[in-house]
Design a protein around this ligand. Structure first.
Ligand code: IMP
Ligand code: MG
Length: 190
């Protein structure tokens, strides 16, 4: 595999900026959900780093759950439009105040599907907290209640987000130089 330095166009959001924003989101959520039955539902796999930092920034009692959803075709960078639930919740969400924790909203297809699916299971509420929002790319309007950062229409990676399943561990959000990445991958394949 390639070293990320070889195709990193720029660091879009530093580790420090992520931390600062997530602490603020945690404070806001703690305030808004005080006295409620808060359930954070992490959308795997991209939301996992965000969840673990966000839950530590939330100071009120809450539970966590996981869902795995795929909408991009294998190795693809565009939403296929077809959303598949690979792992469903393991609990009854009746009366819970569900907050979906997502890495990024792009076309909006994934979250639209998940919101519809969970809304019919009698939760008290369903809201959305996304670290990143590529609003320019939206195809389906969805209510976004908490946003870490609005970002431009660029393919990003790190802090949970992958390129071909790798690099989720990086502590910052970087922009991929896609032509460079593609060229390097072709070189290593031949
Ligand atoms: P949507 O259904 O088009 O909104 O796609 C959302 C999902 O696509 C996210 O949860 C990510 O897994 C993935 N995705 C969208 N944009 C990017 C990106 O720039 N980098 C990495 N993954 C992305
Ligand atoms: Mg995702």
């Amino acid at each position: 595999m390639l070293n990320y330095e070889d195709f990193l166009a720029e660091v879009l959001i530093s580790e420090e900026a992520l931390h600062e924003r997530i602490v603020a989101l945690g404070a806001q959520i703690s305030h808004d959900y005080a006295g409620k039955k808060l359930l954070l539902v992490c959308i795997l796999r991209g939301g996992v780093l965000f969840l673990t930092d966000l839950m530590r920034a939330i100071t009120i009692p809450h539970a966590i759950e996981f869902m795995a959803v795929s909408s991009y075709g294998v190795g693809g960078r565009e939403s296929s439009g077809q959303v598949r639930i690979n792992l469903d919740l393991n609990m009854d969400i009746t009366d819970w105040d569900v907050l979906l924790v997502e890495d990024i909203i792009d076309s909006g297809r994934t979250l639209h599907y998940v919101i519809e699916l969970l809304s019919i299971r009698n939760p008290h509420s369903v809201k959305v907290c996304t670290l990143l929002d590529k609003a320019e790319r939206r195809e389906i309007a969805i209510p976004v209640d908490y946003v870490g950062f609005q970002i431009p229409n660029k393919f990003v990676f790190g802090y949970g987000l992958d390129i071909d399943d790798y690099y989720r561990n990086l502590p910052f959000i970087g922009v991929v130089d896609l032509p460079k990445y593609q060229a390097l991958m072709e070189q290593t394949a031949s």
